[in-house]
Design a protein around this ligand. Structure first.
Ligand SMILES: Nc1ncnc2c1ncn2[C@@H]1O[C@H](COP(=O)(O)OP(=O)(O)O)[C@@H](O)[C@H]1O
Ligand SMILES: [Mg+2]
Length: 160
């Protein structure tokens, strides 16, 4: 999978913050099995914002905060959610100290903001999400499902 090759059919315009959260909720509601979600896009593009929606769709009531300084936040929902932000990671070794592989092996949803920074240590199967600013200050979201779990999820979303 080459980075940045997202099919046009999976590009959607999100007009404001509420739409970003609602789209996240749609993703979260459609999740039925273990899934890795890789979030990329510039600072302020909406990675944490969409994570809030995904968490809501997973039945998580907690307030989702950005785990930039602590690397990972854990939540209990229909499936556990582990929310990472690896923006400040300089060396992937740092992740081994917090048991990163254990998180990935659990029956859970793992969301990683800035996953491109640690691409070399990530499994291929995942839902890739890219958020971009549009010229008029909205956001464009691109979904690229890789592997069976992510593909099933996107098909479920398309039906609902
Ligand atoms: N579709 C949208 N259009 C315009 N602004 C948005 C949209 N979605 C989210 N935002 C705004 O963009 C910002 C996203 O912040 P955040 O989610 O923390 O970004 P990131 O985690 O990618 O750094 C918030 O201020 C939010 O209100
Ligand atoms: Mg963020």
């Amino acid at each position: 999978m080459t980075k940045g090759q997202f099919g046009m059919k999976n590009r959607i315009l999100l007009k404001n913050e509420d739409e970003t959260k609602l789209f996240g909720e749609k993703i979260g509601s459609a999740i039925t099995q273990k899934l890795l979600i890789c979030l990329n896009g510039d600072l302020g593009a909406g990675k944490t914002c969409i994570t809030k929606g995904i968490a809501k769709g997973l039945g998580i009531m907690d307030d989702i905060t950005s785990p930039t300084f602590i690397l990972v936040e854990e939540y209990e929902g229909r499936l556990p959610l582990y929310h990472f932000d690896v923006y400040r990671i300089d060396d992937t070794e740092e992740l081994y100290f917090i048991g990163f592989d254990d998180y990935l092996s659990k029956n859970a949803v793992v969301i990683i903001e800035w996953s491109d920074k640690i691409e070399s240590i990530l499994p291929k199967d995942r839902l890739e999400i890219r958020l971009d600013y549009t010229e008029d200050g909205m956001r464009e979201i691109c979904l690229n499902p890789v592997g069976e779990a992510a593909q099933t999820l996107v098909e479920t979303m398309a039906k609902n």
